[in-house]
Design a binder for this molecule. Sequence first.
Ligand SMILES: [Zn+2]
Length: 507
Amino acid sequence: MPSILIRNATVLPFTLQSSGSLDLTPQKTDVWIEGDRITQVAPSIEAQTDQVIDATDQLLIPGFVDAHTHTVVGVLEKCAYEALPLELWMLYLPPDQTLDPRMHYLCSAIAALEAVKNGTTTLQDDLYALPYTPPEVFEATAQAYTDLGIRASLSLHAINKPLHQTIPYLDQWLPVEMKEKLTAYVNDFSIGHWSKLFQDLYQNWHGKAGLITTMLAPSATQRVTPELMEKIGELSTQYDVPIHVHLLETRTQAVTGLEFYGESVIQFAKRHGMLTHRTTIAHGIWLTPEDIALVAEAGASIVHNPVSNYRLCSGIASIRALMDAGINIAIGTDGMDSFNLFHGIRTAGLTHSVIDSDYGRYPRSADVLKWATQGGAKSTMLQSDIGAIAPGMKADFVLYDLNSLSFTPCHELPIHLVYAEDGRSIRKVFVNGQLIVADGKVLTLDEADILAEFRERLPHYLKLRPGFHQQAETLRPSMEKMYQKAMAHPLPIENFSAAGLAALKSN
Ligand SMILES: [Zn+2]
């Protein structure tokens, strides 16, 4: 078994204390790695080893977990739109059928290259697809991650209701032909076939290369039938895998629950077996106090995606209330314009320090760093393997140059990590004991070749784009009408900023 000795690093252990906070006390120490795991963290380790790395003046911390992302769409549609509400933005998403598996491989590789070069060592990639992730797409993506050597939890995404039945009011405004067309996208969905597909992918990929795990991803409660939700609940228990679901990302979705079920989508998810300790809720912005209590009681996680939440005009998550309820919080990019989690980390730190006047209740850098590591690890159900620097943990860690601009002068390391660093001080990234990045260069995949091949294939995609944009433009007037009506619908809570609320009320 190959071994590596990291000498004289400044280690922040990130280990979970009994108080629930992380140990972020800097220690000058050595770290010994045998195979894929850390076996010792101690000063002056005496060991026969294959390789010694001098980490004097380098910070060593665990890699981050991007706990919610969509890599393919994120790469293809990077910076394609100004801020636009989710419901309108989604109309322009490419149907996955238009891309061949190789293009999926390239997009996932590009996303993962950016992630790993910026200190993310685990991706939770929700492979958005209509009506479900085709197996060849899942496999191409998983192959990109194993080739690169990054850890990833991959979803079999599912949608088995047509668009006009997933959004309030829309049904009455769309012509019959459009509704038939939208129905045709999900017509072939069979719960039996989809379950079998999950079981096959689980058999073939779960645990592959010590890097890949699988999860079940019903797109959102309103996008799947109760029968499918119940099946997903069963499969999650049977295979002990996460359920990854978008809930209450937008104000419209909060209205959707009330209009469709007469209750919140959180309550609806719970009634159909989808709210458990294995559940991760992506976004979770528009939760009522009752919803927050249900999520806490279930032991579910919430992934905070601040950059995406603001880009898609979704609102401000009630992070302090989630923290007070003891809910596990993770951070994601949602694949929005960038896969550098530092953007989300800094935005998370900044946003929640302006929401009220009680500065004693603002999240600390230590909280935000916990969300980016332990919180994400729990959401992927890998908390006993990743998220900390301690014997027995997987060797997923990052070395930062403490003589860099971000760390000079150096005061409080956690604060530097949240507010000053952005990935540029990274010198080495290890995943599963393997050196993946050294001095800005990825060692496992040829980045230039990947980008060149992507550029070569991109015109084919760009040619297809006007085709699906035409459908979007046809749907847009009805969607805009729906949006205005949903914004006018009263709710027990409001999660736009006070300035936004004043504007909402004056409309
Ligand atoms: Zn998402």
